[in-house]
Design a protein. Structure first.
Length: 727
């Protein structure tokens, strides 16, 4: 017999709103759970309370989480809270639950009992095979773009026959989708999006199965409801029917995955479709001090399309939010690293400090300063800069420019981007190299002869020779730019639906070369004055050292680096948010997307609410972007924070922008004592040809000249590394 005091013990320690949410009657309800408001506790306690009060058995509960880890944690907590076996309860992700349903009803959905699930790599391979059979040009129809198209259609609940086509391109995409579906059916395999779509179709088309599960799952609880896509919402609506209730827990202010198909509008649809009478707002925060929460509230209130709530805490005001303005991105990075060293010296664990950035490419200069300072760090949910695939591809091409005999580099990029060199061709090349006792490059040159531009081995040999020839006389940054352009890497990622970050990382590699070029003297020479190592070889060695250093950090207390997207759900004692500038945060792309700025503001809200005790916001007057200095202005988000909550750590001579924030004054062209060129002077450049100086700016350490090169266009060149000759 169940102890009558057990439910009372379960509810001990809940605040009024948490208690209200946990003990709601049998009705669909929306729980607006703010950051750090104890939503996991509410969700778990709600399930335990329903079971202990006898309203439902574990068999009648379906709990949907967004990660398998969250599902396991929930079951572990429930096991500790309840004296009964909860094995009959279903808990898992949308994909996991749909897989379970399809396994039980594989005949009804025309799948084998042992159907396999394709991961993203498998799905891409399948699409490539289909396109090859259909003789589809993979340059006009990049496979990754086709993959995104197919998954997007499925997440909207659409089969190929239901997708509208407006022109020959969309018609061809639909045909590929249709053939892909047929092949998957023949092979008895499903991709992730198919799991949900096939399960939705099962419940839609089979009344007896639908009614069985509607009768079984009287209570459906959903975590992170703001991140559901359209099909997930429709699936939940089918399962709930007219009698069951959904307990939806989410925060519309933390909906930051629109690029993955998440639809924040599902919360309003839910409110309408289920006639929701109970909207419980969990606003008491147990994580942060009030200065941090007040800043987050002030930022997010500028969003119009929100359900509305206001975070508060009883923990006191805490420290002011520290704001730092750097002269440039290096100055910003140096400040952050110095501050982290000071905090660590005072006893704070590095693992309790997070360094956040909006875009992956921003990590490179931060990583460099951390590496130079000897501070261990981990990139959470991603790779270190020099470990990222696109960066390693570019470095492999640079290694081949430095030395064609680098077999490892050659094998990495001989068929990337794809140029029709298959496994059989590689086997033949490796056999020839063994016979000749030579490198793969020497074997390739033998096999290709003179080599002609184009695809295949001949084209690859011709490409590397062209790179080696054109790189002669170029500066290090120019060699990096040449490699990323001629290799086809830029064009390859430009065609990728999600290639923007990868192109930004290639740009950042050019910036790394500029910084390295400025720091190094140049050629290293031995005691006889002979060149020991070229600047390119030095740079490649530097990249390898920075990439490999982290092996020694395994298991050590380490600083956490991550994008804001990766930080969701985490919390730290101290948080640094870097690059808080217009065009970076909010990202420049947001101005071209519907509700893009509101999504960026939600991202900023998420970033701010990761901090428990101390928050730093930093920005730079200028930073290297696309190989050139860009002068920025502080983010509007800074202006949205009340001044009394902040503490300005420094002040640099500035003027005001439209947001009443400091703006760096762009350098004005003026005579320089060490300026070697005059406006109107004719000059020559090894890459861009002849040109005329039209402007210059900066000081002795950052002198740039603007040259009109005619066909090559207008270029800003940093005199420290640009080799200009007088005509």
């Amino acid at each position: 017999m169940m102890n009558s005091t057990a439910p009372t013990l379960l509810l001990a320690g809940l605040n009024d709103k948490q208690l209200e949410a946990v003990t709601l009657p049998h009705q669909s309800a929306l729980i607006l759970a703010g950051a750090g408001s104890g939503k996991t506790r509410v969700l778990t306690t709600r399930i335990a309370w329903l079971i202990q009060t006898g309203q439902v058995s574990p068999h009648g509960i379906l709990s949907v989480t967004f990660t398998n880890k969250a599902a396991k944690e929930m079951l572990t907590r429930l096991g500790a809270m309840l004296p009964i076996n909860i094995r009959g309860m279903w808990a898992g992700t949308f994909h996991g639950l749909c897989n379970r349903l399809l396994r039980a009803h594989h005949r009804e959905v025309n799948l084998p009992a042992t159907f396999q699930i394709l991961d993203t790599a498998d799905q891409l391979s399948a699409i490539k095979r289909i396109m090859k059979v259909m003789n589809v040009d993979d340059e006009k129809f990049p496979p990754k773009q086709v993959l995104g198209y197919i998954n997007s259609c499925k997440e909207e609940g659409l089969r190929a026959y239901a997708v509208e086509s407006y022109d020959s391109h969309s018609q061809r995409m639909r045909e590929i989708f249709e053939e892909y579906d047929k092949q998957c059916q023949r092979e008895g395999v499903v991709d992730f999006a198919e799991l949900l779509l096939r399960c939705y179709e099962l419940l839609s088309n089979n009344a007896s199965i639908r009614e069985h599960y509607q009768h079984r799952f009287r209570y459906i609880l959903v975590d992170e409801f703001q991140d559901t896509n359209r099909l997930q919402y429709l699936w939940l609506r089918l399962l709930a029917g007219s009698d069951n209730c959904i307990f939806a827990v989410g925060d519309d202010d933390q909906s930051i995955y629109a690029f993955r198909g998440a639809r924040v509008g599902n919360m309003r649809d839910f409110e309408h479709d289920f006639n929701v009478q109970n909207i419980v707002k969990l606003e008491q925060n147990y994580r942060s001090h009030s200065n941090i929460l007040d800043a987050a509230n002030a930022i997010i209130m500028h969003n119009r399309n929100r359900l509305g709530k206001n975070l508060w805490t009883s923990a006191g005001k805490g420290e002011p939010i520290r704001v730092y303005e750097g002269y440039n991105d290096k100055d910003e990075a140096v400040f952050i690293v110095d501050e982290i060293k000071a905090l660590h010296a005072e006893g704070m664990e590095l693992g309790q400090i997070a360094l956040l950035y909006r875009s992956n490419a921003q990590s490179r200069i931060l990583e460099h300063e951390l590496f130079s300072a000897g501070l261990p760090y981990r990139v959470y949910g991603g790779l270190r800069f020099f470990e990222r695939a696109e960066v390693k591809h570019a470095l492999a091409y640079l290694r081949l420019i430095a030395s064609g005999d680098d077999d490892t580099a050659l094998l990495r990029v001989i068929n990337f981007p794809t140029r029709g060199i298959g496994a059989r061709s590689l086997e033949q090349l490796q056999e020839l190299a063994r016979q000749q006792d030579s490198s793969l490059w020497q074997a390739a040159c033998t096999k290709a002869g003179d080599g002609k531009p184009g695809r295949g081995l001949d084209g690859f040999v011709a490409l590397i020779k062209q790179m080696q020839e054109e790189s002669i006389g170029l500066t290090l940054p120019e060699q990096v730019e040449l490699a990323t352009r001629l290799s086809g890497l830029r064009d390859h990622y430009a065609a990728d639906k999600e290639g923007e970050d990868r192109i930004a990382n290639l740009d950042e590699l050019v910036n790394a070369a500029i910084a390295f070029n400025n720091q190094e003297i140049g050629m290293q020479v031995d005691e006889n004055g002979e060149v020991a190592m070229s600047i390119l070889a030095q740079f490649l060695a530097h990249a390898s050292l920075e990439s490999g250093e982290h092996q020694a950090d395994a298991g050590r207390d380490a600083l956490q680096l991550m994008t804001v997207h990766a930080a969701k759900g985490l919390e730290f004692n101290t948080v640094f948010i870097s690059g808080v500038e217009e065009g970076l945060f909010p990202h420049e792309q947001s101005s071209f997307e519907a509700n893009g700025l509101e999504e960026e503001r939600r991202l900023m809200y998420v970033a701010v609410t990761r901090a428990r005790q101390r928050l730093y916001l930093s920005f730079a007057q200028s930073r290297m972007l696309h190989g050139q200095v860009r002068y920025g202005i502080p983010s509007r988000f800074l202006d949205e924070i009340p001044e009394e909550l902040t503490k300005r750590l420094n002040s640099i001579g500035s003027k005001s922008n439209g947001y009443n924030q400091p703006v760096p004054v762009a350098p004005v062209a003026r005579p320089q004592a060490n300026m070697p060129w005059k406006i109107g002077q004719a000059v020559a450049h090894s890459k861009f040809g002849q040109g005329v100086v039209v402007n210059y700016e900066g000081n002795a350490n950052d002198l740039r000249v603007q040259v009109n090169f005619g066909k090559a266009g207008m270029k800003w060149l940093a005199l420290e590394y640009a080799k200009l000759e007088t005509l």
